[in-house]
Write a protein that binds this ligand. Structure first.
Ligand SMILES: Cc1cc2nc3c(=O)[nH]c(=O)nc-3n(C[C@H](O)[C@H](O)[C@H](O)COP(=O)(O)OP(=O)(O)OC[C@H]3O[C@@H](n4cnc5c(N)ncnc54)[C@H](O)[C@@H]3O)c2cc1C
Length: 306
């Protein structure tokens, strides 16, 4: 007798890659019940990251850039949980679920991995602890709160010695995330500072740092040119600083005399930043074992069976 069990496809991650894979399955499978597709994501919403900086800059309410997964998917099943482990040999995914974070096992015949990336700090001591990242909705809200906190603190006498530090923001990385973030921060701070009687716009310093000679290299030279010879139409644009590559390591270094680095990272002063500006595939720790990244782990099937 023929096996009637549907083919099980499990998609890990509900960001751009995973969600669009799921939507494509929705479209092509329609009424076909010979394939069962499950999307696993730690949040039950899809986050539109290109507008994340607008939440950080208080231009948008967080709810306007998220879309509930359950509204987007009808045919594809959804499992709200955090992927902890993938057992390639047993074709199983282990995911933590619910308030108690109890474990579930999801079996698959085919696995789609779309867990995204994390910020790469290149192992620079202290940076991960002191800087802010800009990747999730929580990150954007934290950054917004930090900016407001800095303004509030800087406005008072007690901060006279640290005012320059509090009002200096450095964003690392001139890709989409960095450029959009620095522009949002810049606009937000310059508008908000007018409401603080002891602060002036001149005391703000917003800097974008990157080792490459142009911003938004993804867009090519025409749309992503380097720092302009004459200031653009913005009345107070962020400045662009080129960092230098440290000769002895893969890190990209930049000395920042005034102190706090902020942005995709924000730190407390005094701090000499060495900016790695980048992201890396999901940590090697999860969900494929401590020493191996998903790239290393996803071997061809023939190798997997040995
Ligand atoms: C601020 C910002 C602005 C950007 N602007 C642009 C832009 O204008 N244009 C552009 O092209 N790109 C932009 N990008 C880049 C774009 O967001 C990424 O290229 C894209 O999100 C990558 O898609 P992905 O599916 O690989 O990962 P993601 O979209 O990050 O999706 C990964 C998903 O996996 C989930 N996940 C991760 N680990 C687990 C786990 N263990 N268990 C369960 N779920 C997990 C995450 O919650 C997330 O939902 C921007 C990024 C940022 C941060």
């Amino acid at each position: 007798m023929a096996d009637k069990r549907p083919v099980r496809v499990v998609i890990l991650g509900g960001g751009f890659g995973g969600m669009y894979a799921a939507l494509e399955f929705e479209r092509i499978l329609a009424e076909d019940d010979s394939i069962e597709v499950t999307l696993v994501n730690e949040d039950n919403f899809f986050l539109f990251t290109p507008m994340l900086h607008e939440v950080a800059a208080s231009d948008l309410d967080p709810s306007t850039i998220v879309n509930p997964v359950r509204k987007l998917l009808r045919r594809v099943r959804f499992f709200n949980g955090r992927v902890e482990k993938v057992e390639l040999a047993g074709r199983r995914v282990l995911a933590a679920h619910g308030g108690s974070e109890h474990s579930h096992e999801l079996e698959y015949d085919h696995l789609v991995i779309a867990l995204g990336s994390t910020t790469n700090f290149f192992g620079i001591p202290g940076l991960a602890k002191r800087a802010l990242t800009m990747r999730s909705l929580a990150d954007a809200i934290t950054l917004r709160n930090r900016l407001i906190q800095h303004l509030e603190e800087a406005d008072f006498e007690c901060s006279i010695g640290s005012r320059k530090d509090l009002l200096t923001i450095v964003v690392a990385g001139a890709g989409f995330a960095g450029v959009e973030t620095v522009a949002g921060i810049n606009d937000f701070l310059r508008e908000a500072i007018a409401h603080y009687p002891n602060l002036t716009e001149e005391s703000l310093r917003v800097v974008l740092v990157d080792p490459v000679p142009e911003i938004l290299p993804e867009l090519g030279g025409r749309l992503g040119p380097g720092p302009p010879a004459t200031p653009p139409t913005l009345s107070s644009p962020p400045s662009l600083a080129r960092s230098r590559r440290a000769a002895s390591s893969r890190t990209i270094g930049c000395e920042w005399p005034a102190g706090p680095a902020c942005g995709q990272w924000a730190t407390a002063p005094p701090f000499r930043i060495r900016l790695p500006a980048g992201r890396t595939p999901r940590p090697r720790s999860t969900p494929f074992g401590r020493e191996r990244s998903w790239r290393e782990t996803c071997t061809p099937r023939s190798a997997e069976r040995t």
